[in-house]
Design a protein around this ligand. Structure first.
Ligand code: DX5
Ligand code: ZN
Length: 228
């Protein structure tokens, strides 16, 4: 179990990898978390799906609590739900560290970002592949991370939509121009064949689902996806 000072270091560094438990064996989540920790991953990514915003249903705050009891690593929660603000209190009570919601699911995004910060968590905004960066430009000064979906949300194991990396490049340029101090994150299709192009585009955090948990040797698969 990493110490608190190591946890803090892991949050501030660049090139963070966040394995998504969506691809793990749900019947043994404790083993999944141990795999994430022993592989040296910095964050744990929790894919919360409600069957409305996306067709599948995954898990809620109870699973987040179970994972919280297994690790001190930052829990990076990705709400693929309608009405994401409705779930904030429950996930905060579960002890998650980061709460990312979709701009497509929340008209009052600026207000919700404030509520997330008031609850003590880091706030993230996510955009699906068809949503341009311009739709969240007014929020970049307020969020701690921007999650660029590099697949259509709902399922692991898809191929990366490489054109979405142009949004990463745009967000990088906007950040350099002072738009905000957000981490740039990608989610979907991150694997050995896409990792270096992803880092080169300027990503700070990469979610890694099936390429991690479906690998013969997850730790080795993760190591191969580190930037060269
Ligand atoms: C998809 C999820 C992603 C997914 C990534 O909606 O948000 O986090 O689990 O899985 P891979 O890495 O397998 O594409
Ligand atoms: Zn996700």
């Amino acid at each position: 179990m990493p110490s608190q000072s190591i946890i803090l270091f892991m949050t501030d560094k660049k090139s963070i990898i966040a394995p998504s438990v969506l691809a793990a064996d749900f019947s043994d989540i404790s083993r999944a978390v141990k795999l994430i920790e022993s592989a040296g991953a910095e964050w744990v990514h929790l894919d919360v799906m409600d069957g409305c915003f996306v067709p599948p249903i995954t898990f809620g705050a109870q699973m987040a609590s179970a994972i919280r009891s297994e690790t001190d690593l930052p829990l990076d929660t990705h709400l693929m739900t309608v009405n994401p603000g409705k779930h904030l209190e429950a996930f905060m009570n579960s002890g998650v560290d980061r709460f990312t919601f979709h701009i497509e699911a929340e008209i009052h995004a600026h207000r919700l970002i404030g509520e997330i910060h008031n609850s003590g968590a880091k706030a993230g905004i996510a955009i699906v592949p068809s949503t341009p960066v311009s739709l969240i430009s007014e929020l970049l000064g307020y969020v701690d991370q921007v999650l660029v979906m590099t697949v259509n949300p709902g399922w692991g194991g898809q191929s990366m939509i490489r054109s979405t990396l142009n949004k990463v490049r745009t967000l990088n340029e906007m950040r350099k121009a002072g738009a905000g101090e957000y981490k740039i994150c990608i989610d979907g299709g991150f694997a050995g064949n896409t990792a270096q192009e992803t880092w080169d585009a300027g990503v700070d955090v990469a979610v890694m689902g099936s390429a991690f948990f479906k690998a013969e040797n997850p730790a080795e698969a993760l190591r191969k996806c580190r930037p060269r």
